[in-house]
Design a protein around this ligand. Structure first.
Ligand SMILES: Nc1nc2c(c(=O)[nH]1)N[C@H]1C(S)=C(S)[C@@H](COP(=O)(O)O)O[C@H]1N2
Ligand SMILES: [Mo]
Length: 431
């Protein structure tokens, strides 16, 4: 379809007056209503983070323009290859073969939302409050954080406590995550520990409470979608960041822009996005998703489907030892020889050994594995495999951590489908 000359000449003027109408007139679409406000205010850095690279002609882009890379139906805002599990709230995971990079690109970092992300996000005026059981409560802008504390960059693994829930039988309610609610991006920010030390942790403080700016699904402004916390000793670990950058750019809007916690090794639900406040409390935090059965497992093995008493549930702390095969992809065709590679991690620990099997677990061979690039990062591993004859094979991977915990074939069922760390299996047609 040819636009008439007049329209071609006025495209920039048209967009600056009414971006939504212009988008419809010129490209026959309207920005997703949920994102309208966001797109009008989106700065260059955020836009670049969303498309995953720089935009050389950005100075020529009409104001309010919606890049085709995140067209109207792209509620995932430029994420690449993710599987959408739910659109309200938005939840999306990354197929293992798209997690092949040593450091997960922003476009491939999973999204787990419990509510509706804030729209009016201005990094310049955003503030973080530190209060509760501290000597000197503080209110800090992102510029204050950068000025007053050491800025560090670390590769940190985030995994949702419910990753693998899709394989529980009987099924557990909630997002049916398969393997891909895990990622290891490079985060830049300040250490939570440094900020808490400056505020002065009082003797009575035993637990943190985290608050974010996202809205409850009900629309009720008095309700929070999620507010979790952690024991004060954990909070003082030096690999927990209050982050304002992800892979060298602004945070992605769905991953908590402009400010979030990054807590490696524990359920990523502790890593509050759109972070506005950290309160120190003298009790175990009791915010939404801290109590009842949320992010909790029975304190004993239970029968599949058993109705477990609430008082028998305990809060999940570290995540268990786990690994992924990120190459080749499940179902791929392969030659008689191939490299097999992936990642391994174990919350608060390191992984000592990664073994693979091509004969359904009868024999195992050690893979080469790197040390973590820093504490809290997953470890990359690789191995060359030679298949004896053509046919169907499965590559199985299992990690063993520094305390001798090894990934199991099958795990004990639990009512909410948390902590599934069974080994990853990848089927291959070899010829
Ligand atoms: N404010 C806020 N923070 C949040 C959540 C949320 O819904 N709201 N979800 C949590 C959960 S359950 C997970 S697994 C991680 C996911 O982080 P990601 O979406 O950046 O991958 O964010 C956590 N932080
Ligand atoms: Mo999660």
């Amino acid at each position: 379809m040819a636009l008439d000359d007049d329209k071609n000449k006025t495209v920039h003027g048209f967009f600056s007056k009414d971006p939504e109408k212009a988008d419809k007139e010129f490209f026959g679409r309207v920005a997703n209503p949920d994102r309208r406000g966001f797109l009008k205010r989106t700065g260059y850095a955020t836009m670049a983070a969303m498309v995953g690279t720089s935009i050389p002609f950005s100075d020529k882009m009409p104001i309010g323009f919606v890049p085709a890379a995140f067209a109207q139906d792209d509620i995932l805002m430029g994420k690449d290859g993710l599987t959408l599990l739910n659109d309200r709230p938005i939840n999306a995971e990354t197929p293992p073969e798209f997690l092949d990079d040593a450091i997960t690109p922003t476009a491939r970092h999973f999204v787990r939302n419990n509510g509706i992300p804030p729209e009016d996000v201005d990094p310049a005026t955003w503030t973080l409050t530190i209060d509760g059981f501290v000597d000197a409560p503080m209110e800090l802008t992102i510029a204050d954080l950068r000025d007053q504390f050491e800025v560090v960059t670390m590769a940190l693994t985030l995994e949702c406590g419910g990753n693998g829930r899709g394989y529980f039988n009987p099924p557990a309610k909630g997002n049916q995550w398969t393997y891909g609610a895990v990622a290891c991006s490079e985060w830049t920010g300040v250490r939570l520990k440094d900020v808490l030390e400056k505020a002065g942790v009082q003797a009575g403080a035993i637990y943190t409470a985290h608050y974010g700016a996202d809205a409850h699904l009900s629309g009720n402004p008095d309700k929070l979608p999620i507010s979790r916390g952690m024991p004060i000793d954990k909070a003082m670990t030096d690999n927990i960041l209050i982050a304002f950058e992800m892979n060298g750019d602004a945070l992605h809007p769905l991953n908590g822009a402009p400010l979030r916690l990054v807590v490696p090794g524990w359920p990523a639900s502790t890593a509050q996005k759109w972070l506005t406040r950290i309160q120190l409390r003298d009790i175990v935090h009791d915010g939404p998703k801290m109590t009842g059965t949320a992010y909790r497992v029975p304190n004993r093995p239970v029968e599949p489907g058993e109705d477990v008493d609430k008082k028998d549930f305990v809060i999940i702390e570290r995540m268990p030892v786990k690994s992924l095969v990120t190459f080749p992809a499940n179902g791929a065709a392969s030659g008689m020889e191939t490299e097999v590679r992936g990642h391994a991690w174990s919350g608060d620990r390191t992984v000592d050994k990664l073994e693979i099997s091509i004969d359904f677990g009868a024999t195992w061979q050690d893979a080469d594995m790197d040390a973590p690039v820093n504490s809290g990062a997953w470890q990359n591993w690789r191995s060359n495999v030679t298949f004896p004859i053509a046919g169907y094979y499965e590559v199985w991977a299992r990690a063993t951590d520094s305390e001798g915990d090894m990934q199991p074939f099958a795990i004990d069922w639990n009512p909410k489908g948390y902590l599934n760390n069974t080994m990853h299996r990848v089927g291959l047609r070899v010829s």
